[in-house]
Design a protein around this ligand. Structure first.
Ligand code: ZN
Length: 94
């Protein structure tokens, strides 16, 4: 599985829209916790990396260049790409 890398100032699209109707966020801080800012209303939220990675649909733009080379943004066809990060380590019944 290829791990995506997020950097500062990356613009990401979230699966879920913000109540303001916007779904693009700017990465303000990376690490164990991510801080992102809504490009629509400016709301800043902080969430753990695992949650962030699950919430991100795709990277819209990056000043460092997108990890995937090649421009494919014409059709709105759903790309068969859904790498689900495996987390939840520590749910042992006992
Ligand atoms: Zn917003």
């Amino acid at each position: 599985m290829m791990r995506r890398t997020y950097r500062l100032d990356d613009v990401v699209q979230m699966k879920k829209k913000h109540p303001c109707g916007n779904d693009s966020w700017v990465v303000m801080r990376v690490g164990a916790d991510f801080r992102i800012k809504c490009t629509g209303c400016g709301r800043v939220v902080m969430l753990p990396r695992a949650k962030f990675e699950k919430s991100v649909k795709r990277i819209v733009s990056s000043r460092y260049g997108l990890p995937e080379s090649g421009q494919a943004a014409t059709d709105s066809k759903e790309h068969a790409d859904s790498p689900e990060p495996t987390d939840d380590s520590g749910s042992t019944g006992g």
